[in-house]
Design a protein around this ligand. Structure first.
Ligand SMILES: C[S@@+](CC[C@H](N)C(=O)[O-])C[C@H]1O[C@@H](n2cnc3c(N)ncnc32)[C@H](O)[C@@H]1O
Ligand code: SF4
Ligand code: SF4
Length: 373
């Protein structure tokens, strides 16, 4: 009975969330200089010490709740669609649920990235009540080793608890490359995630500048296999051309929109391009303006060709689609130059929204439906 109640609650919340996500996506299309994703750091401290990570310490105090509320207010003023708590380990913050609640109160989508160690039933319930939209849980290997203790063996019970109890979406992220010992673990982790009804993604380990580290032949193969896992037609991860290029060891040709569409706000409240380019631009968030967002949108980043920071890649895909919809879809679906090669529902959407004579009417109706001015 209790499990059926949880399942019903999850379904109702998922429908409401898809509406808010569609609205956030439509607004991101409409306003090119508003942040799509901002990551904030509620604490730099972590309870683990993965050997590939340079984003944690063992001693920092949590950022005061009031400072975090002010940062969220400022991000909301800039029009940020999604605010993500990262770290360090965000679940170490004693007021993590109040931070999530404040993000939701300010109208943004609230997401959180965690190593999962602190996920008790009580914590999941607190996050449900606060309105968390989505959680990414990072699992690196099947059994713990010197590189990482984020292991399926230790975290599977937490995953089962999430499957039963969480009212939010759950994505399991595995990593390949660098010092990670067994690339095949990523496939096992992805399979287990989907078995439990979660999404699965894969990250490529980067160096301390966000750059690709050499991949073994098996790691490349695993990456290709996971890219092809059966994901829905409308999932951005299905078309991750960045990972296709990086798996082949080739540079990516893309425009990094960090500092504009993606912001990384560190524990001191400074805006950086990303976790691996801290200090650029390094401006205090209260002083960040729409002019900064517009400038950084078109600033070329020399670190882009071999960057493996997946969340910034995903954000860039939205602007590719916005700026060159037909060409971008053709490249995602592997049908360059051929409109008729696109799947039928995609062709219909393109006709309705982009190329057809009724596009103004359809866009207006969509805006009214999504309550966008
Ligand atoms: C810095 S952690 C913070 C949140 C939380 N402690 C966790 O591990 O999920 C955020 C994400 O960055 C990933 N990460 C950290 N260092 C990385 C690296 N060198 N290369 C690729 N991903 C990395 C982690 O695996 C995790 O998914
Ligand atoms: S758990 Fe997360 S923050 Fe902590 S060391 Fe590992 S990757 Fe870094
Ligand atoms: S390309 Fe962008 S996301 Fe990647 S390391 Fe450089 S600034 Fe960061």
């Amino acid at each position: 009975m209790l499990i059926r109640t949880f399942a019903l609650r999850r379904r109702v919340r998922a429908v409401e969330r898809r509406f808010r996500e569609a609205r956030a996506l439509a607004r991101s299309f409409q306003w090119p200089h508003r942040p799509i994703v901002a990551q904030i750091i509620p604490t730099r401290r972590c309870n683990l010490s993965c050997s590939y990570c340079n984003e944690f310490d063992r001693s920092s105090d949590p950022v005061p709740l009031e400072d975090l509320r002010q940062r969220i207010d400022k991000l909301a003023e800039l029009g940020t669609a999604i605010i993500t708590l990262s770290g360090g380990e965000p679940l170490l913050h004693p007021h993590v649920d109040e931070i999530v609640h404040h993000i939701r109160r300010r109208g943004a989508i609230a997401t959180l990235i965690t190593n999962g160690y602190l996920l008790t039933s009580a914590t999941i319930e607190k996050l449900n009540a606060a309105g968390l939209d989505s959680m990414q849980i990072s699992i690196d290997n099947v059994v713990p080793d010197d590189v990482s203790k984020k292991s399926l063996k230790l975290l599977d019970a937490r995953l089962r608890r999430l499957a039963e109890q969480a009212a939010f979406d759950v994505t399991v992220n595995a990593v390949v490359g660098g010092a990670s010992a067994n690339p095949d673990d990523a496939l096992t982790i992805g399979r287990r995630a989907r078995e439990l009804g979660f999404q699965s993604t894969i990250g490529i380990i980067h160096d301390e500048r966000g750059q690709l580290l050499p991949l073994s032949d098996r790691a490349r193969q695993v990456l290709r296999e996971t890219i092809r896992l059966d994901r829905s037609t409308f999932s951005f991860d299905r078309y991750n051309r960045f990972q296709e290029s990086l798996a082949a060891g080739e540079p990516c040709d893309w425009d990094c929109r960090a500092g504009s569409r993606y912001l990384y706000v560190c524990e001191d409240g400074l805006v950086h391009y990303c976790s691996q380019q801290r200090g650029r631009p390094g401006v205090p968030l209260p002083a960040y303006t729409p002019d900064d967002l517009a400038r950084e949108y078109s600033t070329a980043k020399s670190c882009a060709p071999y960057c493996t920071i997946g969340c910034v890649h995903r954000v860039a895909m939205i602007d590719e689609l916005r700026e060159r919809p037909v060409e971008t879809l053709q490249s995602w679906f592997g049908t360059p130059g051929s409109f008729n090669g696109l799947p039928r529902p995609v062709r219909l959407l393109v006709r309705l929204l982009v190329t057809g004579p009724e596009r103004r009417f359809v866009r207006g109706a969509a805006r009214r439906l999504l309550r966008i001015s």
